[in-house]
Ligand binder design. Structure first.
Ligand SMILES: C[S@@+](CC[C@H](N)C(=O)[O-])C[C@H]1O[C@@H](n2cnc3c(N)ncnc32)[C@H](O)[C@@H]1O
Length: 218
């Protein structure tokens, strides 16, 4: 099935509200657990970058899991960032910084990071190299990256089945979002090809019926 892109930024208030109020705990906790499998908790570097943080759910989970870390979290949507900042608990405010930043970017909050993570950004990007080149730009040589995203199903009927299986209890707008995201996502062979082309040697692993986890050193 051919890829159908969706708008890069999530800026519509209604869409963002539905996204921010959805329960992504299963997938997001799984992402954090996958990161923990890659690196011993207290060896995570002290300042890390999150790309496409959205309404900040993973940002918070990461900051809670790695209490020695400061997280610089960026997104191109001010609507998302407003939600993220508003819902950040007091005890994390010293360690989480939100920045408005549209990728590709010339400057990041800091020039380089030892670790970068990102969930569900890749499928939004019309040009996937935006993510891969950003990693090359902002991760220290030897630094770690942890990326999770959706996998594009083989057919429309499979996409519809996934929406039914995982989002049938959610509001209509969220179901539509999920469906559009599945159609905009990349297949695993496409991701491997993208990484080959930009010269990144990262592991690419299917971790659920709809998620891929990409990780390794730059
Ligand atoms: C599906 S949301 C994921 C949010 C969050 N990472 C999560 O897992 O809940 C994708 C986010 O990427 C942001 N985004 C998409 N394209 C972007 C770009 N070119 N630069 C910066 N942010 C972008 C969107 O605004 C949106 O907040």
């Amino acid at each position: 099935m051919k890829r159908i892109t969706e708008p890069e930024l999530m800026e519509d208030e209604t869409q963002v509200l539905a996204y921010a109020n959805a329960d992504f705990s299963e997938a997001h906790n799984h992402f954090i657990a996958l990161i923990q499998k890659q690196i011993v908790t207290d060896q995570m570097s002290e300042i890390v970058l999150e790309l496409g943080c959205g309404s900040g759910d993973i940002t918070q989970r990461f900051a809670e899991t790695f209490p020695q870390c400061v997280v610089d979290a960026v997104d191109g949507s001010q609507t998302m960032l407003n939600f993220a900042a508003h819902r950040l608990p007091l005890h994390l405010q010293q360690r989480v910084n939100f920045y408005s930043l549209l990728l590709p970017a010339i400057h990041f909050p800091k020039p380089r990071y030892q670790a970068v993570f990102s969930n569900s950004l890749l499928h939004h990007l019309h040009n996937p190299n935006t993510l891969w080149e950003s990693l090359k730009q902002v991760v220290n040589p030897g630094g770690m990256v942890f990326i999770m995203d959706l996998i594009r199903p083989d057919s429309i009927s499979e996409a519809k089945q996934l929406v039914y299986d995982y989002a049938s209890g959610e509001p209509e707008i969220l179901q539509t979002d999920f469906y559009n995201s599945l159609l905009a996502a990349f297949s695993i062979p496409e991701i491997r090809q993208q990484l080959n082309r930009v010269g990144l040697e990262l592991s690419v692993e299917q971790v659920t019926d709809r998620h891929v986890f990409i990780a390794g050193k730059i």
